[in-house]
Design a protein around this ligand. Structure first.
Ligand code: GLN
Length: 498
């Protein structure tokens, strides 16, 4: 198999290379038609998808129909939404009306939702085009996209490597220019990890900012839907569209809708940046740290100040995260029994327990089954206090660490991932080794704080991500810092050669 490599951005742009902001502007000004742009995207998919395998489903016919509808609107001079014509790839755990939504699981292989998630309704209202559904770890449980029932996605920078996960298909699709932007979900790092491994901008919003209605739950107290894009501007635009209050999600906060593009100034003077020493300790590779220290120097050159801070409870974060995530998963996934929902074996002989167990044994993959079993154990009488309650207490202590540190700094930075992208197959048989990869991303989910990953360098041809964590509901600051970094560096301009 041919491996990827770095290729600097070509001078002459093809339509599939353009950003969401550029595309919608060109469509609005009638410089291009939506249809010709979409053909360019579909052609690109035809060229590279065989190598990357980012999608579970591409809805080319539906997308073309929508493109023509937008072109008709343009010709009639009708008002267009801010994502006019932009092709969006959607992680396959976000419900799309009349488009199969599988969670990359055999359990939901043939599930076609009769309704749209709130974020999908909002994309459609902004005149975006749903291009297809992207590959992911089964039920979002994983860090590499290898647990997908539909086969693994390959890292476009080196096809032998994992793209990160669980939103690996979304990140790979965007950086290989098969889609202009994408949506992912992040329960313990699933947007930021693939963003780091594929060189995207990936944002996990503050818990409660984006509606989870229509997101198929893995661990609902931790997760948020968010954008995966090639630029910070596109990230801000997409967030402006998908965020905001929704009655159908009881955890959605009632804040006024914001235009996040208005925060994008190239200015971080006087900004206080914390570097938690726990983000740079044992287990974090030199190659992951180096580019982050270079980024810290850059921020100081641009007028910010960097300070060492400490989050002592972080050493318990991973254990607390996995207990809480698996406990919630065991309860959320109880509904898939093949009777009310999900895969059903043809042979349905036996009593309820036999049928239920058989359907779940065949319908779920090994990692999902492992987590259901561990989660059920942690919630069972006698162990509930010892595991689940203790994990909740640790969660509170971690949040207190965050609150204390954020009294003195505006944002904290560190690597997104402790190790660079590794070979497909290298860690999949060692779950603990895989769970360790999430050590730097789970704190933002346990606390609910917003966090973004932006490209900050390459080592041996593989991308490195810089993680920036901000105060709750201060996505504006987060985006301004990310934007300033992007404006003063070139890492976002590189593309893998496929
Ligand atoms: N890798 C983490 C897990 O497996 C996070 C997954 C996610 O954010 N959905 O739980």
């Amino acid at each position: 198999m041919k491996t990827g490599g770095i290729e600097e951005k070509r001078a002459l742009s093809k339509l599939y290379e353009l950003t969401a902001i550029e595309i919608s502007e060109k469509i609005r000004n009638q410089e291009i038609s939506t249809e010709e742009y979409l053909y360019s995207i579909l052609e690109r998919i035809g060229q590279v998808e065989k190598k990357v395998h980012a999608f579970v489903t591409v809805v080319d016919e539906k997308a073309l129909e929508k493109a023509r509808e937008i072109d008709r609107k343009v010709r009639k001079g009708e008002k267009l939404g801010c994502l006019a014509g932009v092709a969006v790839a959607v992680k396959d755990n976000i419900c799309t009306r009349n488009i199969r939504t599988t969670c990359s699981s055999r359990m939901l292989e043939n599930f076609v939702p009769p309704y749209d998630a709130t974020v999908i309704e909002r994309l459609k209202a902004a005149d975006a085009i749903i291009l297809g559904k992207t590959n992911m770890d089964e039920f979002a449980m994983g860090t590499t996209t290898e647990t997908s029932y539909f086969g693994t996605t390959h890292n476009p920078w080196d096809l032998r490597k994992v793209p990160g996960g669980s939103s690996g298909g979304s990140a790979a699709a965007v950086i290989s220019e098969e889609a202009t932007v994408a949506l992912g979900s992040d329960t313990g790092g699933s947007i930021r990890c693939p963003a780091s491994y594929c060189s995207n901008v990936g944002l996990k919003p503050t818990y409660g900012l984006v509606s989870r209605y229509g997101l198929i739950s893995y661990a609902n107290s931790l997760e948020q839907i968010g954008p995966l894009t090639r630029t910070v501007r596109d990230c801000a635009l997409l967030l402006s569209v998908i965020s905001g209050h929704d009655d159908r999600d009881s955890t959605s906060v009632n804040l006024a809708q914001k235009d996040y593009l208005s925060f994008l100034q190239d200015d971080i003077k006087k900004l206080k940046i914390g570097l938690p020493k726990e983000f740079f300790e044992e287990g974090v590779e030199e190659d992951a740290k180096g580019p982050v220290f270079e980024a810290a120097d850059k921020f100081e050159d641009l007028g910010a100040s960097c300070h060492e801070v400490s989050l002592p409870m972080m050493s318990y974060a991973l254990a607390a995260y996995y207990i809480i995530a698996m406990s919630e998963a065991s309860s959320n996934l109880a509904r898939y029994d093949g009777l009310r929902y999900g895969y059903r074996e043809e042979n349905d002989e036996g009593d309820f327990d036999t049928v239920f167990s058989r359907n779940r044994r065949i319908g779920f993959g090994a990692e999902v089954r492992r987590r259901i079993i561990l989660g059920t154990y942690a919630l069972s009488a006698g162990y509930f206090e010892q595991y689940y309650m203790k994990a909740l207490k640790i969660r509170t202590l971690i949040r207190r660490d965050f609150e204390r540190v954020f009294k003195n700094v505006d944002v904290i930075i560190g690597p997104t991932m402790p190790v660079l992208p590794f070979d497909i197959g290298e860690r999949i048989d060692d779950p603990l080794k895989l769970y360790m990869c999430d050590i730097l991303t789970v704190p933002a989910n346990l606390t609910g704080y917003p966090a973004i990953s932006v490209p900050c360098g390459f080592r041996n041809g593989l991308p490195v991500g810089l993680q920036i964590i901000g105060k709750p509901f201060e996505e504006g600051t987060l985006l301004r810092v990310a934007y300033t970094f992007e404006r003063n560096t070139d890492y976002h301009k590189y593309r893998p050669s496929l």
